[in-house]
Design a protein around this ligand. Sequence first.
Ligand SMILES: C[S@@+](CC[C@H](N)C(=O)[O-])C[C@H]1O[C@@H](n2cnc3c(N)ncnc32)[C@H](O)[C@@H]1O
Length: 160
Amino acid sequence: MTMTAHGKDYEDRDMKLRPIGVVRNSVTEVGRHDWDDVVSELVMSPELEEALSNVEEFSHIIVLFWMHKVPDLGGIPMRVHPRRRLDLPMVGLFATRAPTRPNPLGLGVVKLLERRGNILVVEGLDAVDGTPIVDIKPYLTHRDSPRDARMPEWMTRPKE
Ligand SMILES: C[S@@+](CC[C@H](N)C(=O)[O-])C[C@H]1O[C@@H](n2cnc3c(N)ncnc32)[C@H](O)[C@@H]1O
């Protein structure tokens, strides 16, 4: 896919992303799931173990992952129903967390239970077993939880 951004053409070959680890958990099927209690092992490349030093001093981390099982729909929807709920309005794709995106990157803020060498044990990551990990960042309370954050009403509207 070629897209124009800020007047410059970026092509696939300009973007280099490599997996740095893999998610291991008990969820093998993509679909609706209660992820809150799912414990995952993030098995990171052994050669990156030193780079994980001190990560365990944080209670939460941000995990960026590649949703490798998103089906190829032959195009990306510009508008979607959030959480596939037909009772919610169609909104722009980027106003949602829908996995069908130009780059199927997933993001999770998760509790870090422990680090065992090159393995990070986390709780609540909504990625299926085998999902490639592309980055890990510490969750920073002063940066990542803006006090004036707000959401549209439809984001939390209960199902009738
Ligand atoms: C709505 S996406 C949101 C992902 C992430 N929390 C985010 O906000 O970017 C989460 C859903 O993606 C699906 N999923 C998880 N891992 C996947 C993978 N490797 N490939 C495709 N879909 C995946 C699961 O069904 C999960 O419920």
